[in-house]
Structure formats: structure tokens, C-alpha cells
Design a protein around this ligand. Structure first.
Ligand code: ZN
Length: 283
């Protein structure tokens, strides 16, 4: 007998709803599905997710590059050339002209007490290298190649980079020892987001905080652009959060939501930001 959580093949999983655990295998896939990748909307809680993501092993070998750079460029170029070229040439100009402030840096300084900070999915260590001196940089990165580059980059800062899955990496850090956790453009990739959030909570010390940035499935662009919405990435993005589902999942993991204002989840933006914390124990 097999259950739906067992692998359909060694490299492709068959997931139940990662939010509430419902088996939606028999339900029709959403129209946003692409090729063999099946997006499902949970019949019970409404959460949208990729039912058959690649396993972690496949992620390491085939999809590590995609996870960081996306096959979206190629797909967009082939299927929607006009949108692709518009976005490709307009985005850098807009960035230069508008000069967006580094939101992560200001949120870290405002939310994290001094001490060790873990960047989940740290890539080559860009974010960690920018941490103020009060923070000790720790990274978790599933790609050995990227983890190696992050280690070289952070050599003079102390800290450590784990080349493992986010779940294994957080489990390797002693309980209650970390001041801050960065999950920037990460949770949408995690096959077990509830488990990861639980481990994040466990790893933080009381008073510690986490910063979360994910695409907002409820945003206007997704409704207007449909398939062309930049948040759809196959098979890299496996969870599609809305403001409500994100809040429910972090609270289920024990977190307190400290910051999630109207502009952090603005409906015209493709992404949303949240700052959560592990409350100090009651006296
Ligand atoms: Zn569900």
C-alpha cells in the first residue's frame, strides 16, 4: 500500500496540502499548472501548492540553479516575448531611478537583537555579508557550490555556512540560540513549510525574530496577468501564500506577528513581508 506522501518516483514527490494536510490527489489541477507540474487548491483550506515537486535530491542536482536564477526567463521569452523584454529592460532602469532602499537591512536592524543570524537559502552570502558587525552570520544553502562561495566570502566574519537542506540546517543549530532568521524568497520553495517554521521557532532564542518575504498569491498582478504572473515558477515555487494563509501558518508554529501592515502586504506588490518573533517567556 502506498500513501500520497510517498514518492511517485524517486525524484518527484506527491504532497498533501502543506498547510492542513488534506489529500487533494483526486482533485483537478488548477488552470495555472504548467507541463507536468500540478498546482492544486486545497479543497479544505484553499491553500495553493505544487502537488508534485522535485525531491530534495533532485533539487540539489537539477534545480539548484533554477532555484536561484529561474527557468522563468526562458519560458517568458518563448511564450510572452513582449512582457519578457519589457520586464527585462524596464526593471533595471526603474531600480536605478527609484533607488529602492534595502528593506531587509533596515528590518534586520530594527527587529533582530545582536547575536547569531541565520539566512535560510543564503546563496553566495550576499545578505549575510551586509550584516552589521553586531551580528554573526550563519547560512544554510542546499547547493554545495553556492555554500562554498558563501564560506569564502564570509571567512573573515566568523560564523558558518551549512551545505544542506533548510530543515537539516536548522535542526543542526542548538535550540534557543539564534537572534534572527532571514527567510527571504525562501518559504515558497520549501516542501515542508510548516515543519520549517516549527524548526525556526525552536532555533530562535526568546526575543529573537524572523523576517519573511514571499510572493503574494492574492496580489492584483496574479489576477490580471494569470499565467504570466512572475510568482509562478515551475517547479521552483511549491507554496503560494496569501496574507491570511501566511499569518495562520506562522501563528500555528508559535510565532507572534510583529509587523505585517498594509504596505507590507500591499495588493499592488507581487511580494509581501512579515516580521515575526518568539515572545519572551512569561515571568
Ligand atoms: Zn489545506
Amino acid at each position: 500500500m502506498t500513501t500520497s506522501q510517498e514518492a511517485a518516483s524517486p525524484d518527484v514527490l506527491a504532497r498533501n496540502c502543506p498547510k492542513c494536510g488534506t489529500d487533494n490527489l483526486a482533485a483537478a489541477a488548477l488552470k495555472y499548472s504548467w507541463q507536468n507540474w500540478k498546482l492544486k487548491g486545497c479543497a479544505v483550506c484553499g491553500f495553493v501548492y505544487l502537488e508534485n515537486p522535485p525531491g530534495y535530491e533532485a533539487l540539489v542536482s537539477e534545480f539548484a540553479w533554477e532555484r536561484n536564477h529561474g527557468d522563468r526567463g526562458k519560458r517568458m521569452r518563448e511564450e510572452y516575448p513582449l512582457s519578457y523584454y519589457f520586464s527585462r529592460y524596464w526593471t533595471p532602469i526603474r531600480r536605478r531611478v527609484i533607488r529602492k532602499p534595502n528593506k531587509t537591512a533596515s528590518r534586520i536592524a530594527a527587529s533582530f537583537p545582536p547575536g547569531p543570524v541565520v539566512d535560510i537559502g543564503c546563496g553566495t552570502g550576499d545578505q549575510l555579508a551586509q550584516l552589521p558587525a553586531a551580528y554573526e552570520p550563519y547560512g544554510v544553502e542546499i547547493s554545495e557550490e553556492l555554500a562554498h562561495r558563501a564560506r569564502e566570502r564570509l571567512a573573515d566574519r566568523g560564523g558558518k555556512v551549512f551545505a544542506m537542506s533548510a530543515i537539516d540546517g536548522l535542526a543542526a543549530i542548538p535550540e534557543g540560540t539564534v537572534s534572527g532568521i532571514i527567510m527571504r524568497s525562501f518559504l515558497e520553495h520549501e516542501q515542508q513549510p510548516g515543519k520549517l517554521l516549527g524548526l525556526a521557532w525552536r532555533t530562535l532564542r526568546p526575543g529573537g525574530a524572523a523576517i519573511i518575504k514571499v510572493p503574494n498569491y492574492a496580489c492584483v498582478n496574479r489576477r490580471v496577468l494569470g499565467n504570466r504572473w512572475c510568482g509562478f515558477r515551475f517547479p521552483g515555487h511549491v507554496n503560494y501564500f496569501t496574507p491570511r494563509s501566511l499569518r495562520e501558518m506562522v501563528e500555528a508554529a508559535g510565532f507572534q506577528v510583529d509587523r505585517f501592515g498594509l504596505f507590507d502586504r500591499f495588493y499592488l506588490s507581487d511580494n509581501m513581508w512579515m516580521v515575526v518573533s518568539k515572545p519572551n517567556a512569561a515571568p
